[in-house]
Design a binder for this molecule. Structure first.
Ligand code: SAM
Length: 280
């Protein structure tokens, strides 16, 4: 008779605050046979907190391929395994890709648990359009590649999520400001769920100048969210209005010309102003 295969559980863990773990995650960690963890010591601290003692095997970006093959044998022999990373949801810029793909290949049951993820936590607080978004992972560290990526994202209309480290945040924000525009809405989410949690929303130029003025205080884990590209609205005004504005402008100050045109045609002064500035 064929031996019953085991199950691979994907178990998200806290992104800072140790209490951000679900009842189900704890109960899974208690009942499985092996924990496949990105960092053994890191995971030991977490499970000790919940009085869990387990056999932990390291699966990190350096040994992922070979370790995953060994874990598949254990799963085929009926062992249940929980995949965890150092923080958040495994495989989201964390190890797990190979193990999960082998599970599909060898028809091993995969049970993913919902739980913490920095990208989604930051997005939920961003106040930016959340119905459509894209996740770009870490911003490339090399200048040329970073600029190229940002340039390619210039016309992306969905909200964009990036991961970044504190030592590169200023150079990345400089490039974001340059490539996506100084008036792009940015949400800087730092140290989410931790003591020094900070969520700032402003234009990219203002976030950049805040970062430049607070260099020494920028430490910790950072998620950046940018608003998507929006076509600038072009004001369409009737020709008669535009002609009147033009004639008045040639004889009067801009302020007076706008004032009279607005009165004559019952049009808002702001609309006339933005028409003129959009022409410059
Ligand atoms: N798997 C994780 C998840 O589900 O969010 C992401 C792991 S990735 C290696 C680590 C990056 O996630 C950090 O460099 C940072 O950009 C982001 N991050 C992780 N924890 C965070 C936190 N508490 N606050 C803000 N960003 C965080």
């Amino acid at each position: 008779m064929n031996k019953k295969k085991g199950t691979l559980y994907i178990v998200p863990t806290p992104i800072g605050n140790l209490t951000d773990i679900t009842y189900r995650a704890i109960s899974v960690l208690k009942k499985i046979d092996i924990i496949a963890a990105e960092n053994i010591n890191h995971t030991k601290i977490l499970i000790r907190n919940y009085k869990i003692i387990k056999n932990i095997i390291s699966v990190n970006k350096h040994n992922e391929r070979t370790k995953s093959k060994k874990l598949i044998i254990q799963l085929q022999e009926g062992k249940n395994i929980a995949l965890v990373s150092n923080a958040g949801t495994p495989t989201i810029n964390d190890p797990g890709y190979y193990l999960i793909n082998y599970c599909h290949q060898f028809e091993i049951k995969i049970v993913p648990l919902p739980g913490p993820c920095a990208a989604i936590t930051a997005l939920s607080a961003s106040g930016l359009s959340n119905n459509k978004f894209c996740y770009e992972g870490f911003i490339p560290s090399k200048n040329i590649i970073r600029k190229k990526l940002l340039n390619n994202l210039k016309k992306e209309t969905r909200t964009i999520i990036f991961y970044e480290t504190s030592n590169r945040i200023i150079s990345s924000m400089r490039d974001i400001t340059q490539e996506l525009g100084a008036d792009r809405q940015i949400v800087l989410a730092k140290e989410l769920t931790k003591k020094w949690e900070l969520i700032q929303r402003n234009t990219s130029i203002n976030i950049l100048s805040w970062l430049e003025n607070n260099k020494c205080n920028i430490r910790g884990e950072i998620t950046i969210i940018t608003s998507g590209f929006q076509e600038k609205k072009i004001n369409i005004l009737p020709k008669t209005v535009l002609n009147a504005l033009q004639i008045l402008q040639s004889k009067l100050s801009l302020k007076e010309a706008i004032h009279i045109t607005a009165k004559l045609y019952k049009i808002s002064k702001n609309l006339l102003y933005s028409h003129i500035t959009s022409k410059k």
